[in-house]
Design a binder for this molecule. Structure first.
Ligand code: SIN
Length: 287
């Protein structure tokens, strides 16, 4: 399968692009019954489209682990406890009365670590009739749409990310707000430095590497000095042209590449509980 989305084809899985920029719906596949060739096709599709969606799947925790393991090593979340017997599988729960949805804010997974997540697999266990969608942004197409002068200005810049915003003991964001069904512990505060423009290690495409939920400042600047440029880039990367919105159904799977996308769990009012099961893949140091 070519990395050119226009030419992406596979006889073994069916792909339907979601937008002109990124994302694809994948059909004709049971994720519990993959062989090596289908796995290779899905990996190629992920590289082409950045985020893939599947419907009507039936994952046990073990099945979801087995699917994700075909693409790399599994991550154990530093602050969110896994389900019994599966420390690398956790459930994102939102009850109608909860103050915050876990992941409500633009981010890429684990950006506050030295080796942020390569990819994430979410599986819909229980979903409301409407609401709590997940929105994605393509950081590659956002970067490519910048002017050459802006690209030059950003080249060589670095951003500082912290776990304080979401897992700090005083953070109001998660600790006090997410469902009691989730076990989230507070972090020893740390900072990491990542390039603002990263090159995808497999596709070699350049993209922005933004994670506003975890952003502190640009290296060599104060938070105040960083804000105007950061706000402009986030606004640009979240334009409708660079985003898509996924509506959940029970049995749906979203599989995304954190090296070239951001995502946002929408915190609109829901009438019933939402339970999504997550498995995360280890990544490398962004370059
Ligand atoms: C996440 O950031 O992993 C949560 C996304 C979601 O629940 O929609």
């Amino acid at each position: 399968m070519s990395l050119d989305r226009g030419k992406a084809k596979s006889g073994r899985i069916s792909l339907k692009p979601v937008t002109g920029a990124f994302g694809a719906d994948v059909s004709s596949v049971d994720l519990n019954l993959l062989d090596d060739r289908m796995t290779a096709d899905i990996r190629q599709a992920l590289l082409c489209y950045g985020v893939l969606f599947f419907r009507d799947q039936a994952f046990t925790p073990e099945g979801q682990r087995a699917f994700a393991s075909r693409f790399g090593a599994l991550n154990r979340h530093p602050y969110v406890k896994g389900i019994d017997g599966y420390p690398d599988v956790f459930r994102i729960v939102k009850e109608p009365e909860d103050a915050h949805h876990f992941g409500n804010g633009w981010h890429t997974d684990l950006a506050y670590t030295e080796t942020p997540a390569m990819a994430t697999v979410l599986y819909g266990i229980e979903v409301p009739d409407a609401g709590a969608d997940t929105v994605f942004s393509s950081q590659t197409t956002a970067y490519e749409a910048l002017s050459d002068d802006m690209k030059k200005k950003l080249e060589g810049m670095h951003a500082i990310y912290t776990n304080a915003n979401t897992y700090g003991a005083n953070s109001k964001r998660f600790q006090s707000g997410v469902s009691k069904a989730m076990s989230v512990s507070s972090a020893e505060i740390g900072e990491v430095v990542h390039p603002l423009v990263r090159t995808h290690p497999e596709t070699k495409r350049k993209g922005l590497y933004l994670s506003p939920l975890h952003f502190s400042r640009f290296q060599g600047m104060t938070e105040e000095q960083s804000k105007p440029l950061h706000d402009m880039l986030v606004q640009h990367a979240t334009l409708p042209e660079h985003t898509l919105r996924f509506r959940w159904s029970e049995g749906a799977v979203a599989f995304w590449d954190n090296r070239c996308t951001m995502h946002y769990a929408v915190d609109d009012p829901i009438q019933s509980t939402r339970v999504i099961q997550r498995v995360t893949l280890e990544g490398d140091v962004p370059q």
